[in-house]
Design a protein around this ligand. Sequence first.
Ligand code: ADQ
Length: 483
Amino acid sequence: MGKTIIISNRLPVQLQISNGTINAIPSVGGLATGMKSVHSGGESLWIGWSGLTDEDTPEELEDDIDKALKEHGCAKVKLNSDEIDGFYYGFSNRTIWPLFHYFLKYSEFELNYWDTYKKVNQKFADAIIENSDEDDTIWIHDYQLMLVPQMVREKRPDTTIGFFLHIPFPSFEIFRTLPWRDEILEGLLGSDLIGFHTYDYERHFLSSVRRLIGLDVSFNEIYLDNRVIKVDSFPMGIDYKKFRDAAISHESKSQDERSDLQVRLDNHKASAPDTKLILSIDRLDYSKGIAKRINAFEYFLQKYPEYKEKVRLIILAVPSRSNVPQYQLLKREVDELVGRINGELSTINWTPIWYFYRSLPFESLIDLYTSSDIAWLTPLRDGMNLVAKEYIATRTDKSGVLILSEMAGSAYEMNEALLINPNNFEQQADTLKRAFNMPLEEQVSRNTFLQKRLERYNVEVWANEFMNALKENRDLGQAFISE
Ligand code: ADQ
């Protein structure tokens, strides 16, 4: 049996060169965090972009770069800065990302972006062919690489190929606006199995396949050129044990071992025991609804002024795609909102919002998860949202309230959370009040169900289920051909 080849735009480590030394920095983001535990456990090779453009890579360091990547079980696809601009910042993040998150007005239909996307997808497909054998199983990830399955299929008609989309697949009415809609569907249909986080995304995809390219679809199977392509939903889990264990060891830390952030959080608790901490963590992305959340927080304090000095909102926004204008605008908007609200409402003893715009180490994430009474996550659209699951996993005493947007894929599996519509400020203000006053027994009861589910359906189970379904479908497909 061959190896598993994982392919994604970014590798689980990003390389940086400073003073001739190569540093490997762990990648942040849902895909990297989730798949890392799958990759480190098994026989696999991960192919992707290293984070260095050709222009940033001195020729004499090429071999050292390959060696550094090999240590992490990785191989690189080389990209120059024009390719990164057109493929990543362009088609992936200025066309597909906004469109698939229902931000139609942000989506740019630029022929140049599309041409570079095709060219770079071909580079990824070539790297797969170069680094794999016929009997390997290929698992391609996410919206940056939707043409790759068919490009590999053309060269390796019998190879087993799976594809997983980490973001929503939009409804037919949205998807049909894309000028290259047929090509994207045909690219994906090179796979044997196409996975989505939720049944709705799966349904939207099947409906587009049926209505746009008129293929024969039966239930969740598509018949094409003597092949059966299976479409299914696999809601992604987290490395539950990793978060749980980190929270347990966090509790046993002595005073001296506590991080500066934890000391600050502890001091806050000690000086204002009645004040509750509300946490929000996201990449700084318009799909995550950060600006709306801050406005809703202000509305909450207007509607229920008795909570002034009783709550503090911590916003951790991780810098993301800062070359794209919409992200720069959002950064400015969030900076201004936080400044205005803190300026207007702060008192000697109280700053309503603590705002961090940076990527924090894993330990600091745990400090924040374990110290916050409420997690408030309000994406306007989100494929899954792993932060919601990570917060629950770290609540070792089962206390804590999760307020979660219904527009996140994770809401389908997290019914015991307080689910809200992020556009409804009235409902959010009332839900924050409810969370603030929720009796401990109710918190424990809700989190017991949530934790059990997260522990059972962790990221390893998720990956295994996908891989098993892929192999099963391959066998089924072969039986279909020989009939
Ligand atoms: P993302 O949009 O990146 O992922 P999310 O699922 O919330 O969103 O994952 C973020 C990840 O980054 C979490 O695992 C979190 O721990 C980590 N992280 C956040 N802030 C951090 C920080 N400051 N420092 C270090 N790590 C941090 C995309 C889709 C999601 C989908 C995932 C997985 O947009 O909808 O859930 O892929 O499929």
